[in-house]
Design a protein around this ligand. Sequence first.
Ligand SMILES: Cc1cc2nc3c(=O)[nH]c(=O)nc-3n(C[C@H](O)[C@H](O)[C@H](O)COP(=O)(O)OP(=O)(O)OC[C@H]3O[C@@H](n4cnc5c(N)ncnc54)[C@H](O)[C@@H]3O)c2cc1C
Length: 394
Amino acid sequence: MATAAALSDQIRTIDPDDERAFMEAIDVWLEREVIPVIQHHDHGDIWPEKLVDQMAEMGLFGATIGQEYGGLGLPATTYAKIVMRISSYWMAITGIFNSHLIMAVAIERFGTPQQKAKWLPKLASGEMRGGLALTEPNAGTDLQSIRSVAVRDGDDYVINGTKTWISNAINGHCFAMLVKTDPGADPRYKGMSLFIADKREGLTTGKKFDKLGYKAIDSAELIMDDYRVPADQLIGGEEGQGFFQATGGLELGRINVAARGVGLAEGSLRLATEYSQQRETMGKPIAEHQAIQLKLGEMVTRARAARLLTLDASEAYDLGLRCDKEAGIAKYFASEAAVDNSQEAMRIYGGYSYSKEYDIERYYRDSMLMCIGEGTNEMQRMIIAKQHLKQNKI
Ligand SMILES: Cc1cc2nc3c(=O)[nH]c(=O)nc-3n(C[C@H](O)[C@H](O)[C@H](O)COP(=O)(O)OP(=O)(O)OC[C@H]3O[C@@H](n4cnc5c(N)ncnc54)[C@H](O)[C@@H]3O)c2cc1C
C-alpha cells in the first residue's frame, strides 16, 4: 500500500505517485476480491465481513483521519477519487467506511484532546467501526425536532430515545449520536449535544430495514433505554454544541455522497457502453443507432461534469476554504447524474435490465439513495439558492 499523505495543519496534500499507487492497489482489490462477490452480497443482503477486514488492512477506515492518530490523513480529493472508483463497481460497500469517517471528523474537529487520543486510533485501525446517529422516526430533514434526551446523572448522562435508519447500526461499534440536553431551549439547536455512543447496556439495535438497494450494509434502529454514557463522551465536553458539530462534518459528507454519485454515474456509463457494442438489432450493434448515441452522449457529459464538480469541491476543502456551497452543488448534481445515468443504462439494456443476472439493475436501485442522504436534493437546491442570493444581494 502507498505511503500516507503529507499533512500540514489544515492543508493536506499527497504525492501524485503515492496517489497513483494507492488507486492501483484499490483497483487490484476490486478486481480480485470485490467484483467476484458483489452479486452474492447484494442479492442476499449479506454483510461482507471478509471485505471489511480487507478495507481495514488497506487503511480505509482511517482514510481521512490524521496520521498522528494512525490514519492515512488523505486529502479529500484522494478520498473522493477512492470513493468514486469503488462506487463505480459497488456503491454500498463505501457506506461501511463513509459514515464511520464522518463520525471521526466530528471527533477530530470538535473533540477534546483526551477524546481524540482515546477514540481516533481505534477508529483509524477499524478496531472500532462507527456511524452517525442523527435521524429519528419523526425527524430527518428537521433535525432540530429530535426527541432523544440525555439527562446528566453524576459522572454519566442517561439517554432515552430511538434513532432510525442508522447505517452500520448492527455491525458498528459506536456512533456520533445527536440528542437533546435541553429540550426546552429556544432556539432549539442550542439544546442539542453530540455524544460518542458506544454499544453497552441500554443501547440495543431494533428493526433492520429491508431496503430497495444499498444492500449488505445494515440500516437499522438504535434504541436507547436508560442508556448510561460517561460524561467524558460528550464531544467537546460542552453541552449545546451538538447541532453545529453534527452538521459541521457535512461538507465532507456531501463530497462523499457526490463521489458515490460519480461512481454510480460512471459505472452505469461503463456498462451501457459495453452492452451497446455487443447487442445487435437491425444487423448492427445498438451503439450505432442514433437514439442510443444520444443517450450515451448525455451520459458521458453528465458523468464528466459530476466528476469535475466533485473534484472542485474537494480541492476547495483541501485548501481549507469554505466550500459548503460547492459541496452542495456537487452532491446535488452528481446524485441526479447517478439516477439519470442508471435509468438511461436500463433503457439501453432493454428487457435484460430487468434481470438480476446483469449488474445494471443494482445501479438503478442504489442511485436513488444519493438524492436522499446528507440532505435531500430538495433541501440542497434551496440551500444553494439561499447562499447564492446572499452572495449576490442587490
Ligand atoms: C438507506 C438509508 C441510510 C441512512 N443512513 C443514515 C445514517 O447513517 N444516519 C442517520 O442519521 N440517518 C440516516 N438516514 C436517514 C436520512 O438521513 C433521512 O432519510 C433524510 O435526512 C431525510 O429525512 P426523512 O426521511 O425523515 O424525510 P423528511 O424529512 O420527512 O422529508 C420528506 C420530503 O420532504 C422534503 N422536505 C422536508 N422538509 C422540507 C422543507 N423544509 N422544505 C422543502 N422540502 C422539505 C424532503 O426534501 C423530502 O422530499 C438514512 C436513510 C436511508 C434511506
